[in-house]
Design a protein around this ligand. Structure first.
Ligand code: PSU
Ligand code: MN
Length: 306
């Protein structure tokens, strides 16, 4: 029988065995969320941000049908530069493995693989969620349903502002996914500091997030994910007027060009990056680097408690 086991990179395997802090990172932002050639540079910077805060980065992706937790630099380069890298949600993983595909894992797939590999903390930019036309299109990211059953903490700047943020928060409640603000009681809106909705809970330190994870595990009552929503400082956000204009144009373009399904998110992100002449890209990179730093500090705090 062919061997489809998940491969851990050497450094990640050593760290997990020794109980040292590890942070999972996704590859869809690298292959589909950020424009070339910045994507590869940023992917390396994200890993460095995790290292600088004292944890081992484990970027997850699929290379030639092999699921890898902790891509090496050649593998990361391949997923960032080769054409035809598939966008893999959880349902795609087995088919992609069996057909020997190259693939980038979304938040959903990265969470599932990371949790299976024993990683408890994951950093990304913004979650997928309920799209604005979801009442008609039923377009809701599998990120939400996957987090309902996957025990991992995801550090993100809320959900992408291209989505219906209020509907996404309602779905997260229904699905039993925990949501805490990091030093805020407002849910962040990715490019924007404030996504327009209140949160019930706020935490103040990496240690407190580690306490939440410990309580969950000891109670054994909550099997799903925990979203740690880390907003950009207001002075670093995308200009809200520019944001709203760009989004309105992007949604109109989406409709005109008939873009649907899994192409929607990459299309809108690419539109932002070109229409704002790189301003949204700079903000996007800041978001990810800040989340990588916080995730690493949470992983360090959690490993000290163990
Ligand atoms: N956030 C970003 N850039 C991205 C994504 C999120 O800043 O590229 C990706 C994530 O991988 C997320 C996916 O899981 O978009 C959601 O896609 P969809 O809406 O098709 O589920
Ligand atoms: Mn979708």
């Amino acid at each position: 029988m062919t061997d489809f086991h998940i491969r851990r990179g050497a450094e990640v395997a050593d760290a997990l065995r020794a109980g040292r802090p590890v942070v999972a990172l996704e590859s869809t932002i690298v292959s589909h969320g950020l424009p070339r050639p910045d994507n590869l540079r940023v992917a390396r910077e994200i890993e460095q941000a995790v290292r600088d805060a004292g944890a081992v980065p484990a970027t997850i992706g699929m290379v030639g049908g092999q699921l890898v937790v902790g891509l090496d630099d050649a593998e990361l380069t391949r997923l960032a530069t080769v054409d035809g890298v598939a966008k893999l949600s959880v349902r795609d993983l087995a088919v992609a493995a069996a057909t020997g595909a190259d693939g980038a894992t979304t938040v959903a797939a990265t969470s599932a693989v990371a949790a299976a590999a024993g990683i408890r903390v994951f950093a990304t930019g913004g979650l997928g969620g309920v799209h604005r036309e979801a009442a008609h299109t039923f377009d809701e990211s599998a990120d939400l349903t996957t987090l309902a059953r996957t025990p991992i903490a995801v550090v993100c700047a809320g959900v992408k502002s291209i989505l219906d943020v209020g509907a996404t928060l309602e779905r997260l409640e229904t699905l039993g996914v925990g949501v805490v603000g990091y030093r805020t009681r407002r849910f962040p809106g990715f490019y924007l500091t404030d996504g327009g909705f209140d949160l019930d809970w706020s935490v103040d330190s990496p240690e407190q997030v580690a306490d939440v994870l410990a309580a969950r595990e000891q109670h054994g009552l909550h099997a799903g994910g925990l979203i740690v929503a880390n907003p950009l400082p207001a002075e670093e956000q995308l200009d809200p007027a520019l944001h709203d204009r760009t989004l309105a144009d992007g949604l109109a373009l989406l409709e005109r060009e008939g873009v649907t399904g899994k192409a929607v998110t990459p299309f809108l992100l690419a539109h932002f990056h070109s229409a704002t002449e790189g301003a949204s890209l700079a903000v996007n990179v800041r978001i990810i680097l800040r989340n990588a730093d916080l995730a690493a500090r949470i992983a360090v705090a959690a490993s000290r408690q163990a």
